[in-house]
Design a protein around this ligand. Sequence first.
Ligand SMILES: NC(=O)c1ccc[n+]([C@@H]2O[C@H](COP(=O)([O-])OP(=O)(O)OC[C@H]3O[C@@H](n4cnc5c(N)ncnc54)[C@H](O)[C@@H]3O)[C@@H](O)[C@H]2O)c1
Length: 360
Amino acid sequence: MAETDQKQQMHYIQHTDLEDFVRQILIANGTPPENASIVSKCLIQADLRGVDTHGSNRIPSYMERIRQKCLDPSAQPSLRQITPVVAQVDGHNGWGFIAAHKAMERAIEMAQDFGMGMVSVKHSNHFGMSAWLVKQALDAGMMSLIFTNSSPALPAWGGREKLMGVSPIACGAPSGNPRRPFILDMAPSVAARGKIYKALRRGERIPMDWALDKEGKQTDDPAKALEGVMLPMGGPKGSALSIMMDVFSGVFSGAAFAGHVTNPYDPSKPADVGHFLVAIRPDLFMTMDEFKERMDYLYKRVTESEKAAGVDRIYFPGEMEQVMEECRLSEGIPLAEGEVASLNKEADLAKVEHLKVQSA
Ligand SMILES: NC(=O)c1ccc[n+]([C@@H]2O[C@H](COP(=O)([O-])OP(=O)(O)OC[C@H]3O[C@@H](n4cnc5c(N)ncnc54)[C@H](O)[C@@H]3O)[C@@H](O)[C@H]2O)c1
């Protein structure tokens, strides 16, 4: 593991340059320009929020899936209205970002007309960081619930086989301060599996409580952790939450479930991911102003509550990522040398210009 003991040099990239670069690669690989704009925006939002595990670094693995014909970049999702407040999207094995974006768009329209809208998505792919969907709902003034299932990585509690996904649970609500909405976006494991891939790419070790190796022993080696299983947060409770994601996103939608979603890094077959999205109007039981005032009061109570020893600041869910976004919008997005090289390799294959970088 000599390589993992060496930290790599970091480069800083302006978010607009990175978004444009990713968009060009997507178009060159068969994504229609309008969809390429949506996918690149979602990926760069993850980079901006510090969710580096689910941003532009995913481009090489996504492109590999396109080259292996496991993901159809030109597919357009179709929509079927089931009841006035329920719709279903078929992703037709296209970008998960596009299927989920369309689903949220429809959920918002139904919520505007009827108070809430629920959309189930099947035959989709990985949609990256769930928080971009929460933000899509927030931009329309909506509360939201976003569930997805994902490929096996986590055992059922008491088991040692990779079975359930590290499937994130996300939800959001607007507040009076548009820079401090409530955004919860968390995987039901101690850490998202993408954090292990990131440590591997960057030559870093991982905390001992994130995963077990294939012998079932704790490890700080990301390569050994990827051969083993992720550990659920809160023991059986994290395991139950990941089963819940599979019930709502997999069983309910008609997508793959029970350990049959394909890993986004496995280019051998379509993933058939399922999602479940709900948009809710916050002013159903009071005026919007009252709702926002109550959210602001909750924010104040949480962030101004008495701190435990050694704690400098108490954050509201999503606030750390918001602070990071404010910083990265001005300072740029840091990428490790190896990550820039992988992206430029894709640029060569796509015959587009290399990334514009500044060294740290
Ligand atoms: N699409 C997929 O299949 C998939 C799978 C796994 C993870 N993911 C994505 O990976 C990302 C990372 O997930 P994660 O579980 O590692 O997230 P995380 O542990 O970094 O954060 C989880 C939540 O806790 C909050 N939080 C973290 N530290 C805090 C603190 N000190 N005080 C207050 N709040 C705090 C965050 O704001 C966030 O809402 C998410 O964006 C998720 O959507 C996607």
